[in-house]
Design a protein around this ligand. Sequence first.
Ligand code: NAI
Length: 338
Amino acid sequence: MTVLSHPEFDGHELVEFVTDRRSGLVAIIAIHSTVLGPAGGGIRFFPYASEMDAVTDVLRLSKAMTNKMAMGEVPLGGGKSVILGDPRTDKTEALLEAYGDAVEALGGRYICGEDMGMTPDDMEVVARRTDHARGTASGSGDTSPLTAHTVFLSIRAAVRHRLGTGLDGIRVAVQGAGAVGSKLVAKLADAGAAVLVADVDPGAASRTGAEVVGIDEVLAADVDVLAPCAMGGVLSASTIPTIRASIVCGAANNQLATPADAERLRAADVLYVPDYVANIGGVYSAVIDRKGADVARVKADAVEGRVIELLERAEAEGTSPAAAADRRVAEILAAARG
Ligand code: NAI
């Protein structure tokens, strides 16, 4: 398979392979679309099993950013980058600076931010070499509070739509008690929901104060809502038949293993709120930064209405919310192209 014939290529505007001999940097920067503005998207630092896995991930993630920006009404396009390696052992200042040079060389066509394996302090190092870095410790800082907020609002909208109730007494299983998951657990508990949580790190799960379940049990937990907040690809042909929740809505990017899984969920009568609609808070937080925290919060609050609108559209059209959202994105891009 080549990159151009890759099933996830989808007309990417640019895919750049970056290496720096001195620091050992190996990275891929993907720009899916700049139709709505410069491409925005985080940096994932991850020890991929193969180069092709890294290519697949960056292509899927950058396309998802195009969708996320369009649905979130953010005047940016979609992009993403991956750094190949283990962030615990391979991350050096020289490597992050070399990555920053590569972003700067794109002249603002791509604006990078934080993703898995990167921290606001790392973004500070990247930002030494480029003006096109966000999510720095001194800028927006931690994006997870606003991400947890928009996921919470999306769950509330989906529960209202599907079950006709508020969150009081609703049972929710959260997969992943990290930065976003732990904050989501707290918000759900405050709203009166009964929350189960699972994490590969049992300490992280128990620190939330919610009831802890095993990582192999959480997807099939007997709950109303399943909230994937760990990694992508969790909704697949093998997991969907085991899901007992009637709603799936969480923070993880690219939860569907394949696009066909959206229809599989609909056929199983599971209401899936597209990840890129629910987790938009992180983008608001990153692009607006701390000085505009109030603006970011107002934009985030609009997510609840947007999810309700989307679910109603999907119902009226007899399609999955994911298909309805993809169609909405296509309309927005077509209108912008003129
Ligand atoms: P994180 O790295 O802080 O937390 C992830 C948690 O999931 C960790 O505690 C980890 O131990 C756990 N985990 C890993 N594999 C697991 C498994 N198999 N079962 C159960 N738990 C497992 O990451 P963060 O920031 O909370 O993000 C969570 C997800 O949300 C990621 O997919 C991320 O890409 C996505 N996201 C995060 C945003 C943000 O603002 N932080 C914005 C948009 C999306």
